[in-house]
Design a binder for this molecule. Structure first.
Ligand SMILES: *Cc1c(COP(=O)(O)O)cnc(C)c1O
Length: 369
């Protein structure tokens, strides 16, 4: 986390019902609209991203409603189990975890649904378990091509502020985000951006909700306040993060992430290892998941890296546990940090006896310099 954010968070906690708070609340709520690129409302919860997943569903849907979900990886699979647990009929399009969601398959399924039983299409923007990005604007087009009225719900928990996302222009109805990824904050805040169409669906949606209710939030939010205690210090940090992102310029932030993703993939290629995302053009600028050669444990390798160089690599989740490791290159990250990270991976490959070619770091440096 950037020092600026840590310092902002360390400020004194103020009375969240007092007059000084309104400015903090308003600045955060207005600022997040610019980050989501929306004119409509953003809700901020004191919760992890999982809470905002649940909030998106309980505010727009009713018991037994059918939702179409796409299994791009572990996070998409977890969101669909959440949907089932809260009483939705989640239909899942299976994926091989090596690409983003396929707009054609979504279009085809929606065209079959002539009775419009499907109430929402749910897609993960940046699948953090695999490093694949789903083509959100194209999926919007696919829903329109099928002439289907379903809501479009997008989890951009690890995409927001790292990969471009245009809530209004791409016709998204609800976006879910969290504080601890591209926003460079500690965990503890989550977000729903909501369209007019989602707000209309909210009026008749009858899934049980209390803590997550958008209606309870929107009233006080209009004056910069919250119906219950907000995570005040994280809001200080959020306002600082928004300022930093806007100083750099969102387009520059996106370009930096894309460039670091490309340099990382060129290092992986030089090592002779495979990137898990196999679909060209859908590789993530947020993280790169690397497939271990057969017969080698990704977790043993990660442990070697941690013990030897104090570098923490992401683990493979559920289906790809022990098969992949993940290199994060998101948030407050620069060329030197990436070079050092890749050097740590390359030295660890050698220490752990994982077959590879040398020179990955040099290839990345040639791209960065
Ligand atoms: C991190 C993440 C989540 C889970 O968020 P929590 O804050 O751990 O609840 C969900 N989806 C994606 C894509 C994520 O990256």
């Amino acid at each position: 986390m950037p020092d600026r954010i840590l310092q902002a968070i360390s400020r004194q906690t103020i009375d969240h019902r007092g007059p000084d708070f309104a400015e903090v609340g308003r600045t955060a709520l207005e600022g997040m609209k610019r980050i989501f690129k929306t004119e409509s409302s953003v809700i901020i919860y004191p919760s992890s991203g999982t809470g905002a997943w649940e909030a998106a569903l309980v505010n727009t849907l009713s018991p037994g409603d059918k939702v179409l979900m796409y299994e791009t990886g572990h996070f998409a699979a977890t969101w669909s189990s959440l949907a089932k647990k809260i009483g939705l009929d989640a239909e899942v399009i299976g994926g091989d975890w090596r690409a983003g969601a396929d707009p054609d398959l979504i279009c085809e399924r929606l065209k079959q649904d002539s009775g419009h039983e499907i109430r929402a299409v749910c897609v993960v923007h940046n699948e953090t378990s695999t490093g694949s990005v789903s083509p959100i604007a194209e999926i919007r087009k696919a829903i329109d091509e099928a002439n289907h009225p379903a809501l479009f719900l997008v989890d951009t928990i690890s995409g927001l502020a790292s990969i471009d996302l245009c809530f209004d222009a791409w016709g998204i109805d609800v976006c879910i985000a969290g504080s601890q990824k591209g926003l460079m904050l500690p965990p503890g805040l989550s977000f729903n951006a909501i369209s007019e169409k989602a707000l209309a669906a909210h009026k008749s949606a009858s899934l049980q909700r209390s803590y997550w209710d958008w209606s309870d939030m929107l009233g006080p939010n209009s004056k910069g306040f919250f119906p219950y205690t907000p995570a005040t210090n994280l809001l200080y940090g959020l306002n600082e993060a928004i300022e930093m992102l806007e100083e750099e310029g969102l387009d520059n932030v996106f370009a930096r992430h894309a460039r670091h993703g490309a340099a990382t993939r060129s290092a992986v290629k030089t090592w002779g290892l495979d990137v898990l995302c196999a679909r060209q053009g859908q590789e993530s600028g947020v993280l790169t998941a690397v497939v271990m050669p057969d017969g080698h444990s990704a977790d043993a390798f990660r442990n070697t890296a941690l013990q030897s160089f104090d570098i923490s690599l992401g683990n493979g989740l559920s289906k790809v546990a022990d098969r992949v490791f993940r290199i994060g290159h998101l948030g407050d990250f620069n060329d030197l940090m990436l070079s050092a990270t890749l050097a740590g991976v390359e030295m660890s490959l050698a220490r752990a006896g994982v077959p590879h070619n040398e020179g990955g770091v040099q290839t990345a440096m040639n791209q960065l310099k």
